[in-house]
Design a protein. Structure first.
Length: 93
């Protein structure tokens, strides 16, 4: 996604959906994606740096299988039951 003066990606449901299938995300470094994607699960890039980021990914010797497995694991943190538990802790305190 591309940031504008009035909009920025705040969550990124498609990121979590793809991670749940073992897809390694590559995303702009907006508020939402930064909360979801870590070095162990994917790649973030600053505005205008997508091409450089993709070149870096291709040059790295990372194990895509390890990242894909971590994506699946982390995506489960966003299941409704886990989100409900987090909200419950906030609302009850």
């Amino acid at each position: 996604s591309k940031r504008t003066s009035k909009w920025e990606e705040l969550f990124g449901l498609v990121i979590i959906e793809s991670m749940s299938q073992g897809v390694i995300p590559v995303s702009s470094s907006h508020s939402g994606p930064k909360e979801i994607i870590t070095e162990g699960t994917g790649y973030l890039f600053e505005e205008g740096q997508m091409e450089r980021t993709l070149i870096n990914i291709l040059e790295k010797k990372d194990s895509p299988n390890l990242k894909a497995a971590e994506c699946i694991k982390i995506s489960k943190h966003f299941l409704p039951k886990h989100i409900a538990e987090r909200w419950k802790a906030i609302l009850i305190s």
